[in-house]
Design a protein around this ligand. Structure first.
Ligand code: NOJ
Length: 558
């Protein structure tokens, strides 16, 4: 086991647009983040991951970058950025920036040049192809619905965009482009940032010839031809040699469609590529055969299978990242817990479940006091391009009815995660004095950071403890994971073992009292309770072997 600071850290993700607005324009900004650093420090997190803050026309809220070395006007300036970095470091925390280099914005000067003519020096920075039989070069569909190709009249060719048509894919097969990216990364690292979260980094290498997805459909999922593509490891190793290996930093690669075999290459112990990746397997457990919007109930047995597979397959070979929500996913308590009568209990249970696993935990803003999914009645109240494109593709074309799609949006839409932070119960949750760019979740008067801080029994204070425990106990970081009570339909239980010490983690994923029986050599009566989400008052009669609704307990076995 090799010790590393990034294995021992807890990361907190900020979605800057929705975090804190300092100037009243309704949009979160860098000065707003600075004003909340003490809050994050109090929570105890080590690393802040900032979703993109670079110049962007905001077709996909900053994931479409028009200048990698400048700051988005609404967010502030490079002076603010330098100040933010300094203030983070002054508090003993680190800063991880988002690196979005599978694609740029179509307003990046590289693309502005590239589209001008076929012999422009920047032409080959992007992926241009002539049409086939008067239509797109292949049948790939984009992540945001419709074709992944856009016709451009100036040169009468199509360019590839796996996301929106304002996010053209960069051509990583071009060494000049790769060098530009490495230089840009070094520029940021020389400023002193502490790492990168790499956006869909496993999509950067496309299969030669860009073959159509088989089956003859007009538009189809072409993932086999661009996820974990033929040269992706070569490019990441080059990036590692040229850039990453020269700095003491942390890297995590967002990797849809990566298996654990892929993960042990990306996040290998020799450190030739990245430190860890984000898997999507547990995020797909509630997707039916029709994909993300074809929502089906998830099963605890599947969660056990997927999480255990990632814990076991990477053991000793790589490193896991641990998350249950982020800016692209529904809120954790609404999806895996109970956002009504057991919001507090289930928020803490899910935190326990995740923070006690082997890997680096990621907290998404608002998770630490149990923010929930939102239900806006009108489609117009949603901002996300993915939601609007999908609605156009399905309802407007007559393939689905409005109500079914709205229900899917309530469950899976990305704006669930993007409603502004609920700081307190004042107007607009204390997020802005202006008009928020996206409406707040109307429950902000009940659920907010101020309330959580004032209540010693809140999720916030429980998270503080979880984070502290990881710092005090090596076993939580480095211990080996093992699933127990495999067949229990309500309880997810596992152990962590380091040398001759053992923790047992018990999590009730149901709203019912759930009895359980542990293997013989587990003596709870003499074990020390490290943390738990129910208070036991003196005089309470407790049955050690029944978990209350959404109860979580962690024991140190003696
Ligand atoms: C993944 C990001 O997390 C998501 O927000 C974005 O829309 C796509 N990549 C495209 O950059």
């Amino acid at each position: 086991m090799e010790k590393q600071w990034w294995k021992e850290s807890v990361v907190y993700q900020i979605y800057p647009r929705s975090f804190m607005d300092s100037n009243g324009d309704g949009i979160g900004d860098l000065r707003g983040i600075i004003s909340k650093l003490d809050y994050l420090n109090e929570l105890g997190v080590d690393v802040i991951w900032l979703s993109p803050v670079y110049k962007s026309p905001n077709d996909d809220n900053g994931y479409d970058i028009s200048d990698y070395q400048n700051i988005m006007d609404e967010f502030g300036s490079m002076v603010d950025m330098d100040e933010l970095l300094k203030q983070i470091h002054d508090r003993g925390m680190k800063l991880m920036m988002d690196l979005v280099v599978n694609h740029s914005s179509d307003e990046h000067h590289w693309f502005v040049e590239s589209r001008k003519s076929k012999d422009n020096p920047y032409r080959d920075y992007y992926i241009w192809r002539p049409g086939k039989d008067g239509t797109e070069p292949n049948n790939w569909t984009s992540f945001f619905s419709g074709s992944a190709w856009q016709y451009d009249e100036a040169t009468e060719e199509y360019f590839l965009h796996l996301f929106s048509k304002k996010q053209p894919d960069l051509n990583w097969d071009n060494p000049t482009l790769r060098k530009e990216i490495y230089d840009m990364m070094k520029w940021w690292l020389d400023k002193g940032i502490d790492g990168f979260r790499m956006d869909v980094i496993n999509l950067i290498s496309k299969v030669d010839g860009l073959p159509s997805a088989p089956g003859g459909k007009q538009y189809d999922w072409g993932g086999d031809f661009f996820m974990n593509g033929p040269r992706v490891h070569e490019y990441l190793q080059e990036m590692n040699r040229e850039v990453l290996s020269k700095y003491d930093i942390m890297t995590v690669g967002e990797s849809p469609g990566a298996s654990t075999d892929d993960a042990v290459k990306y996040a290998n112990n020799e450190g030739t590529e990245l430190n860890m990746i984000f898997t999507f397997e547990h995020m797909d457990l509630d997707s039916g055969p029709g994909g993300k919007w074809n929502v089906k109930p998830w099963k605890l047995a599947d969660l056990k299978d997927v999480m255990s597979k990632w814990q076991n397959d990477l053991d000793g070979k790589g490193w896991n990242s641990l998350y249950l929500n982020n800016h692209d996913q529904p809120r954790m308590v609404s999806r895996f817990g109970n956002d009504k009568e057991y919001r507090g209990e289930s928020g803490k249970m899910l935190g326990t479940f995740l923070h006690m696993m082997k890997g680096t935990p990621y907290i998404y803003q608002g998770e630490e006091f149990g923010m929930t999914n939102v239900r806006f009645e009108n489609l117009e109240d949603y901002n996300d391009i993915e939601i609007h494109n999908m609605y156009m593709e399905t309802v407007v074309k007559g393939d689905a009815d409005h109500n079914t799609i709205m229900e899917a949006i309530y469950k899976k839409g990305r704006d669930n995660a993007r409603t502004p932070m609920q700081w307190d119960s004042s107007e607009n949750g204390g997020f802005t004095r202006g008009i928020p760019w996206l409406k707040l979740n109307p429950n902000y008067k009940e659920i907010n950071a101020a309330k959580a801080i004032a209540d010693p029994d809140s999720i916030f204070h429980y998270y503080q403890q979880l984070i502290k425990l990881r710092k005090e106990n090596e076993i939580i970081v480095y211990g080996k994971y093992e699933l127990i009570l495999e067949d229990d339909e309500k309880i997810y239980a596992y152990t962590r073992t380091l040398e001759n010490e053992k923790l047992v983690v018990l999590c009730n994923f149901s709203a019912e009292e759930s009895p359980f029986e542990l293997p013989k050599d587990f003596e709870l009566d003499t074990a020390e309770l490290l943390i738990g989400n129910y208070k036991v008052e003196a005089g309470d009669s407790v049955n050690l072997f029944i978990l209350k609704p959404y109860e979580a307990r962690v024991y140190w076995l003696k």
